[in-house]
Design a protein around this ligand. Structure first.
Ligand code: F6R
Length: 589
């Protein structure tokens, strides 16, 4: 959940550290810090709060490490901020040391005193205690004592132009350009800086020294690694909106175009056998990606007529899931680093499942453990709340469902030729934004609200509710409209907002009936639909959606809700890019 960066540069490393940390801030932003190494030794600056608190006089040196934190052990504070220092060593860490209490006890008994409450400080203490002149060996030896997850970058005063890094279950990327060598948690942190990148696997080390960057095993033996050219669009230069979230909503049409181009050019042949054989399918994901997975279940069960068992990744491994040899397991994750989804995918593979990943990051951990990866081309998503990646996940999942039909020789879905119209429909959906501005203004003071739908619109309702909770801090729930009478109706009173999404013509009347029910109890009713029946509708507030083929409407109907949540957030005075308590990629269980 934290972001780490390390670099050895031809000039001063300070600028690189600060600019990469700013790009990594979406991973955590409750404290930040850097360590810069020069002939004079280590210089440390670390502070509670965001990266901007590190601005000031340049620290000078060619090797440095940096960290932006999402607190797990110890509250956000200057002392708990990374880097942590012991003797000649400074360390930044992303992950959780699960046996830290035992190690801390052991180190305390040996006379060490701790300056922070973090689990990470034990690592730097272990390194310092193992050191007998061989920097790499000290880091490797310390790592052998750790349980849990870690991506670390370490500096040592005896080696002014070296960094030693290790990875286990937390992401670590190496990057290179003609002027600098890097390690970091995520590719976007290196955009505009690194020209080539390569991802470390669990158990691997990265050693920057003598102007080279090497991947090694624990004994320091080099591992051949292929670096690939950075293709991700540079961040930061294209902002036309005040926040990343707004910008990312406006990028949806382009993201859909790029994803469609990737899908149309992709060769699904490596999935052919698994798709042909699969008698059942699993889908695993968290949060927004889980809503996409639920929609996948709806599509596959309708179009392919085989069962799809959809699980939140965090529950999957504790349920002794029914995965058997030959099952197809679709793991959906924007970041490709969500710890629970990675564990779910690992378990599925162990049980003989074929893991098909849908991710936005081609060199992610999920992608490296999957049997096949569908890469959505949403482009880097910086705002913590997922928007464009959700629309692209849906597009990929519609496409995968069609591939299943193809390999199972069932009728191809009628929506297939219509996929090409999605980018234009997404563009057209922006016309709903003035209405959503008005709605957000009207509801800005709401304490709670319901989102309703039927069939696939239930998924959109759930996603709309999640967005509103996450960034506007308004309690919201998404329900199947037919469930109202079974309990939730009790909460409806005068002025209570109920937002219904209705995109299936044959169910429209039923959804309107639900609105009638809540309206007669005083609710403020809102209806989003692409149909003309809205004129006679009972809704207090109506918003006409652009039209695409009915089964594909979830890709479009969610866009006004994403925008609505963002407007609510801004009107209530919050930052949509950095919701409290949350981080973009949840790399711990
Ligand atoms: C909500 C949101 C989260 C993520 C979830 C999974 O807006 O962003 O719910 O969807 O943490 O993240 P990924 O897709 O990276 O696995």
């Amino acid at each position: 959940m934290c972001g780490i960066i390390g670099c050895v540069t031809k000039g001063n490393c300070y600028r690189y550290l600060i600019s990469s940390l700013e790009k990594l801030e979406y991973r955590g932003y409750d404290s930040a810090g850097i360590a810069v190494l020069s002939e004079a030794g280590l210089a440390i600056r670390k502070k509670k709060g965001g990266v901007k608190n590190l601005f000031g006089e340049e620290l000078s040196g060619r090797a440095g490490i940096g960290h932006t934190r999402w607190a797990t052990h110890g509250a956000p504070s200057d002392a708990n901020a990374h880097p942590h220092v012991c003797g000649k060593f400074a360390l930044v860490h992303n992950g959780i040391v699960e046996n830290y209490a035992k190690l801390r006890e052991e180190l305390s008994a040996a006379g060490e005193t701790f300056l922070s409450e973090t689990d990470s400080e034990v690592i730097v203490k272990l390194i310092a205690r193992s050191y007998t002149g061989n920097f790499f060996a000290a880091v490797s030896s310390a790592c052998s004592r750790l349980e849990g997850s870690y991506a670390i970058a370490v500096l040592c005063e005896d080696f002014p132009e070296e960094i030693v890094c290790a990875k286990y279950k937390s992401p670590l990327i190496a990057g290179a350009s003609s002027s600098a060598l890097f390690v970091c948690s995520d590719v976007p942190a290196l955009s505009g800086e690194a020209e080539y990148i390569a991802a470390a696997e669990d158990g691997e080390f990265i050693h920057i020294r003598g102007g080279e960057i090497d991947f090694c095993d624990g004994a320091g033996r080099r591992i051949g690694k292929k670096f690939s050219k950075v293709t991700e669009t540079s961040l930061g230069g294209r902002r036309r909106c005040a926040t990343y979230m707004e910008e990312e909503i406006f990028e949806i049409p382009r993201a859909l175009e790029d994803t469609l181009a990737w899908l149309n050019a992709a060769d699904f042949a490596p999935c052919a056998r698994a798709m042909r054989q699969a008698k059942k399918v699993f889908a695993v994901a968290c949060g927004t990606a889980y809503h996409a997975a639920l929609l996948f279940k709806d599509i596959v069960e309708k179009e392919v007529r085989i069962p799809v068992l959809c699980h939140t990744s965090s529950e999957f491994r504790y349920r002794d899931p029914l995965v058997e040899e030959g099952d197809l397991v679709v793991a959906v994750s924007q970041s490709g680093e969500t710890a629970d989804t990675l564990e779910a995918a690992r378990l599925a593979r162990e049980r003989g499942g074929f893991v098909l990943a849908v991710t936005n990051v081609s060199c992610s951990s999920l992608s490296s453990l999957a049997d096949f990866t569908v890469v959505m081309r949403a482009g880097p998503e910086i705002a913590v709340a997922a928007t464009k990646s959700y629309n692209c996940q849906l597009l990929c999942l519609y496409y995968i469902a069609a591939q299943l039909c193809f390999y199972k020789k069932t009728q191809m879905p009628a929506y297939m030729p219509e996929l090409a119209s999605l980018p234009e429909a997404a563009r057209a959906s922006f016309k709903t934004f003035p209405a959503m501005d008005m709605l957000a203004e009207k509801l800005r003071g709401a304490q709670s609200m319901y989102f309703l739908g039927r069939d696939r619109d239930v998924r959109t309702a759930a996603e709309g509710a999640l967005k509103v909770k996450e960034i506007a801090y308004v309690f919201a729930e998404g329900y199947a409209a037919g469930e109202l009478k079974h309990g939730t109706l009790a909460l409806v009173e005068r002025g209570f907002p109920v937002i219904a999404v209705s995109t299936r013509a044959d169910l429209a009347k039923k959804t309107e009936n639900a609105l009638e029910e809540v309206k007669s109890r005083g609710a403020y009713t809102v209806l989003l639909s692409q149909y003309g029946f809205m004129e006679e509708s009972c809704a207090d507030f109506k918003c006409k959606l652009p039209s695409v083929s009915e089964p594909l409407m979830p890709v479009i109907s969610v866009i006004p809700l994403q925008y609505f949540a963002c407007r609510m957030c801004l009107l209530r005075g919050y930052d949509p890019d950095k919701p409290r308590n949350l981080a973009k990629s949840v790399t711990v269980e």
